[in-house]
Design a protein around this ligand. Structure first.
Ligand code: F6P
Length: 321
């Protein structure tokens, strides 16, 4: 048996430890691992290599993905999927492991329907927005990067008696901003999932400033598109000089945390073992749910939109009005 691995869509810390474990575990199970470079684009172009231990030596601590990634438009077209299938046939690759988000899983599910290539998806995105799993690879590292950046911006905000608006990534999901606001002690948290009231927040902050508050930390999710409005509000209504920091792609890189390395190792081990069992399952995703690893169908992952746990949302009530 031969299994290929690829990384697709937005990269995240934890991909490299997963790639390493994939290769090591395949060898342990007498399966030939293959590395597919540049995501689905590399599958189409045949950028595929038989893996060796030395390909994955010394990568466990590296952010990003040594396999590189892409967001492929060509893979939507049958002719390119056919070319990709022929490339797999040339190498005798029967099955695939893909690290990515639900868009990548949907693409491989179509590939399965076209050519019957089984695969297991490993949820990998800093956005933590995949339905069916409590955790996506890369989230812990991204949160720690946001924590470090927010702590640093708070230092300088306090020195200058300023407000700061920290914009996090997350696409349409407010998970990164919410957890960061809670764990960084923000005064304001603006995310798509929560209604907020700037009038009552403003009243509270003005009173706190009168009583000696030196700075205001406001964490905002990129999906709200409210970063500039919040700066204006803090300056004009709350009356505190304010700077905005858009963290951007810094959140996607960096050395994977211990938690992401461990999750990567477990996700990859479960994925390979499932494919070796050869029980003719179609596309599956290995998820982490209620403290357990399990497998769900692509249909399940696509059946609903991810929602943040109500308990976590409840924690932010003091930061929205
Ligand atoms: O999905 C991961 C993510 O980093 C989002 O948080 C962000 O909106 C998007 O990707 C950025 O994409 P790109 O790297 O293509 O600019």
């Amino acid at each position: 048996m031969a299994i290929g691995i690829l990384t697709s869509g937005g990269d995240c810390a934890g991909m490299n430890p997963a790639i390493k474990q994939f290769v090591d575990h395949c060898f342990m199970k007498n399966v030939q691992p293959y590395l597919i470079y540049d995501g689905l684009e590399g599958l189409i172009d045949g950028d595929i290599k038989q893996a060796d231990h030395k390909d994955v030596a010394g990568i466990i601590h590296l952010g990003g993905t040594i396999l590189r990634s892409s967001r492929s438009k060509r893979f939507f077209q049958f002719e390119y999927r056919k070319q990709a299938f022929e490339n797999l046939q040339k190498h005798g690759i029967d099955k695939l492991v893909i690290l990515g988000g639900d868009g990548s899983f949907r693409a491989l599910n179509q590939f399965y329907k076209d050519f019957g290539v089984q695969f297991v998806g490993i949820p990998s995105t800093i956005d933590n927005d995949i339905f069916g799993t409590d955790y996506c690879l890369g989230v812990d590292t991204a949160l720690n990067i946001i924590r470090g950046a927010t702590d640093a911006v708070r230092d300088t905000s306090a020195s200058f008696k300023r407000g700061c608006v920290i914009e996090t990534m997350g696409r349409d999901c407010g998970y990164l901003a919410l957890v960061s606001a809670i764990t960084c002690g923000a005064e304001v948290c603006i995310i798509p999932e929560l209604e907020y009231n700037l009038d009552s927040l403003g009243l509270k902050l003005r009173s706190q400033i009168e009583h000696g508050r030196l700075y205001v930390v406001c964490v905002v999710a990129e999906g709200t598109k409210k970063t500039n409005d919040l700066v204006q509000w803090l300056e004009n209504d709350v009356g505190i000089e304010t700077r905005a920091t858009t963290l951007g792609h810094i959140q996607r890189g960096g050395n994977p945390t211990v938690f992401d390395r461990l999750m990567a190792t477990e996700f990859a081990t479960f994925a390979v073992d499932k494919l070796i069992q050869n029980d003719n399952n179609e596309g599956l995703v290995v998820v982490y749910k209620d403290g357990q690893f399990e497998f769900v169908s692509i249909e399940h992952v696509n059946s609903q939109k991810y929602t943040i746990s109500p308990n976590l949302l409840q924690m932010a009530q003091g930061m929205v009005h």
